[in-house]
Design a protein. Structure first.
Length: 503
């Protein structure tokens, strides 16, 4: 049981793209909030410190914690030396979204067939590709997904032990339900394989259309089967193994229509029609015959040039960008399940850029709201007033030899009360190394004040019992708790800290 993801193709990145791919993969993991937790024990207290994922000296990274989900899952990792990515159980929230985006990067880079799957189902490339285009500045499209036949073949061949190696549901998932852009002979072939061709006997068919040619082939195969009896498939394979010149020169009147149709119809059409007529499983037969039959047809274009161009434009159009806060937004059935009465009517919690302050760098990747700007400005004023007081407004606290102990005790108490509020490792050691500076001591005094004055509003965290992922986001992300978490993020982001607190 559990949720698993994978990329079904080979993870073979072209040599000239390897450096760029590795950098982009690390950016996905970083912006997605993947963290490396580290436990430290001091003064009888245990703290968890967070660090953004980064490659080790060996060129690899293993991780299992997501900052936004605030949960650990089974280990996942990336190897920069051979550009391989792996994961185990991934859950169904932010951790999962980022893992799937990482696999989607392979799908977008690699020309060979392969799709990104979650629990055996293909994921929507528009959603994950949209986020990749946003954070990476890429121009990924869904073009690869519209190579219908090679994708369907890849999927079916990997599931030959299934009763139904390729289903209509998988076709819909593959093209994100966009049948209009996927239109063409490959789509028609897959639909004929899935639903059969018996309706061609009764449907009105336009002469010269693709259904007309498929129908002509079907009638010819029915006659051919009557003529050859038990040798039907063997005789058909013998014909399909001929190269183009031999088929053109064919003098057998029984194969005249076959020869004509084979000039422009792919061999697979003969095979799926024969499989249907002879009640054989198509994908098994095609896997056996694929490398034996001709592939030298000159496919006829049935659609107008205008329609062909329109379809090509649709297929190659750049996937619209999706901002990180929108990509990581959670809104499934369990997200707000069992919200306590005291929080109802206050609106549901959704991730915003205000929760991504740690990633603020002055660009528009993280846009601070007016409300957040006002709050930080107010905190800056309070911080300045604390520095103007004797001993940075702290008395004997956060000063001298007791600084480290009091700092650790405060962080531990905050985590104990508000749950899973972990400081960043860089911020933790930065404060320890600058314990003599009043700016740092005042910042901790302000943290102490925020801890105390938000307790009443933050007591709803008492409902966070059992599995964190099953607790309403309105509880785990209550505003009092967010204030503490956001403040620690500002203290860890030196550029933002200088912007508001000037140190």
């Amino acid at each position: 049981m559990g949720t698993f993801a994978c990329y079904t193709g080979e993870m073979d990145i072209p040599e000239e793209k390897r450096d760029c791919f590795g950098q982009q993969m690390m950016k996905i993991l970083n912006y997605g909030g993947m963290m490396l937790p580290e436990q430290v024990s001091l003064f009888g207290r245990e703290l968890i410190l967070l660090s953004p994922v980064e490659l080790s000296k060996e060129g690899e990274v293993n991780f299992w914690y997501n900052y936004f989900e605030e949960s650990s899952w089974e280990s996942a990792g990336f190897r920069a030396n051979n550009l391989t990515f792996y994961s185990n159980k991934i859950g169904s929230r932010e951790f999962s979204d980022v893992i799937l985006a990482a696999y989607m990067l392979y799908e977008m880079y690699i020309e060979a067939p392969g799709v990104t799957e979650c629990n055996g189902e293909m994921i929507n490339p528009r959603f994950y590709g949209g986020w990749l285009n946003h954070i990476l500045g890429t121009e990924f499209s869904m073009e690869k997904r519209y190579r219908l036949w090679e994708n369907a073949e890849h999927i079916a061949f990997s599931r030959m032990d299934y009763d139904d190696p390729f289903s209509i549901a998988e076709l819909r998932d593959m093209i994100a339900n966009d049948f209009e852009s996927a239109g063409g002979t490959e789509l028609a072939d897959l639909l004929y394989i899935l639903h059969g061709t018996e309706t061609l006997e009764t449907n009105h068919i336009v002469p010269g259309s693709y259904p007309d040619d498929v129908y002509r082939c079907r009638k010819a195969l029915i006659s051919f089967r009557k003529l050859n009896g038990d040798q039907f498939l063997e005789s058909l394979l013998h014909f399909l193994q001929m190269d183009r010149s031999k088929r053109e020169e064919n003098t057998d009147t029984n194969l005249a229509l076959f020869a004509e149709l084979s000039m422009f119809l792919p061999a697979r059409v003969f095979v799926y029609l024969a499989a249907e007529i002879d009640c054989k499983p198509f994908w098994e037969l095609w896997k056996e015959w694929k490398d034996k039959v001709y592939h030298d047809e000159r496919i006829k274009q049935y659609a107008s040039k205008k329609l062909q161009k329109q379809r090509q434009d649709w297929r190659t159009s750049i996937i619209p960008k999706i901002r990180t806060s929108a990509f990581l937004r959670q809104d499934n059935w369990f997200t707000f399940y069992d919200t306590p009465e005291e929080l109802k009517g206050k609106g549901n919690y959704y991730l915003s850029d205000d929760d991504r302050i740690f990633w603020w760098d002055g660009t528009d990747e993280v846009v601070i709201s007016d409300e957040m700007n006002t709050w930080l400005t107010e905190l800056s004023d309070r911080h300045r007033r604390l520095m103007d007081l004797p001993d940075a407004g702290c008395g004997d606290q956060f000063k001298g030899s007791d600084f480290m102990r009091d700092f650790i005790v405060l962080l531990d108490e905050i985590c104990d009360y508000y749950k899973r509020i972990f400081p960043f490792k860089t911020m933790f050691y930065d404060f320890l190394q600058n314990s003599e500076k009043k700016e740092y001591r005042a910042a901790l005094a302000l943290l102490q004040i925020l801890y105390e004055e938000n307790k009443e509003e933050g007591k709803v965290i008492k409902y966070a019992k059992g599995d964190w992922d099953l607790v309403s986001k309105n509880v785990t992300q209550n505003i009092a708790r967010l204030r503490l978490k956001r403040y620690l993020s500002v203290m860890a982001n030196v550029k933002m800290r200088k912007k508001y607190f000037h140190f």
